[in-house]
Design a protein around this ligand. Sequence first.
Ligand SMILES: C[S@@+](CC[C@H](N)C(=O)[O-])C[C@H]1O[C@@H](n2cnc3c(N)ncnc32)[C@H](O)[C@@H]1O
Length: 252
Amino acid sequence: MSGRLTVIGLGPGPDGWVTPAARDAIVEADIILGYTAYTNRIVPQAHQRIEASDNREELSRAQRALTLAAEGHNVAVVSGGDPGVFAMAAAVFEAVERGPQSWRALNIHVEPGVTAMLAASARIGAPLGHDFCAISLSDNLKPWALIERRLRLACEADLVIALYNPASKARPAQIIQAFDVLKSCRAPDTTIVLARAVGRPDEDIDITTLAKVDPSSVDMRTLVIVGSTATRRIERVGQKPWVYTPRFAGDA
Ligand SMILES: C[S@@+](CC[C@H](N)C(=O)[O-])C[C@H]1O[C@@H](n2cnc3c(N)ncnc32)[C@H](O)[C@@H]1O
């Protein structure tokens, strides 16, 4: 088969955070598919066609992209941040596994991007400087009981936790429940970072504590970082503190 499918990460916002390889892959594509918010970031060239669709249509978008690639097109699927982190690359491989055997012979390539937790981390110092995990709070594709269990186990393991999809209009209560779980296993002075719209003109970063955090200021454009017991703040006069997690732990 001569077609090609590249799943491309656009990073969390500014053009400067799109890798040169991602940029080249976009230029080479004939057909570009993606959620409207991401395809809107692309200025199509004369030879290119854009197929935008709703955020919740990930699997059908993946199937459409694979069908077009199987027909011989050079297809790009664009995704925010990194396409492999709670995003389109997994949807593409789910579609490949469930789809016709012929899709397994397609030329499929994943072009990485800067994921939101790395962008947020870079803005405030190095909170992910030691062991950490990432958990999506969305229960669209997994039960809430499993999310709570993973939060508890991440707490027990004393990992820094990056929370993706922390809230939406349809799920306003879950971030409150998540902070309640964390309050049962982490100290009130645990550092919490609310990084909203990182890299965008309306970027807003709040560094607070588990005791003081206001869940109502968390929305679907926010990435939450929960510090471990080792995470530290370096206070600065008139400026936000630096937040970092040292490279050593335990008896090291
Ligand atoms: C469906 S996930 C997609 C993640 C994306 N693939 C990535 O690697 O960043 C969407 C979530 O990512 C986080 N996110 C994406 N872009 C962000 C940004 N610019 N600032 C803060 N959080 C962001 C938010 O938690 C949002 O709810």
